[in-house]
Design a protein around this ligand. Sequence first.
Ligand code: URA
Length: 209
Amino acid sequence: MDHLTHVKHPLVQHKLSLMRDKETSTAVFRQLLREISQLLAYEVTRELPMTTRAIETPMQSMDAPVLAGRKMALVSILRAGNGLLDGILELVPSARVGFVGLYRDEETLEPVQYYFKAPDQLDERLVIAVDPMLATGNSSVAAIDLLKTKGAKDIRFLCLLAAPEGIARMKEAHPDVPIVTAAVDERLNDKGYIVPGLGDAGDRMFGTK
Ligand code: URA
């Protein structure tokens, strides 16, 4: 995969515009995120390795294509990552799931870890780390550092919005981790928020402030 895949599908772009609108309710925002996550998951899983399995259709036998290898691992970067997780799990129900808890120190913008739990044998799985917002890149880089420490070798990063600063930071720290995003926005503001962006993704999806 390329280091950056910008998914420009009309359905993705339309849903994203609705999500950016500050008048969009929490319930609709959450539903749109679920729908978009499935369209993005389609892209991020495009080149999964395949094998064949001998089956019998009602008509005859055939070697049918099926996914190869261990079940993939989805890793949600808490808490906003959970909004992407649910939709992807509907598409890939057998995926294993991990969580990385990092909060952003509002002064330094540096990530602080408070939780980590991941499936075993990460080294044999495709690992898809999910977080709707790739802003400074600090938390994404830290989450991927952690996954690599636990053995992950084949990692992809899935987000909704990416700032150029975050993409550059990820490319520098983890050039081997392809990024799939629905949009590349203009820049970060002085508080580390993406503009034009959609605000705080966690607050928008959970109805907090
Ligand atoms: N996290 C968010 O939720 N929104 C941003 O704009 C940046 C980081």
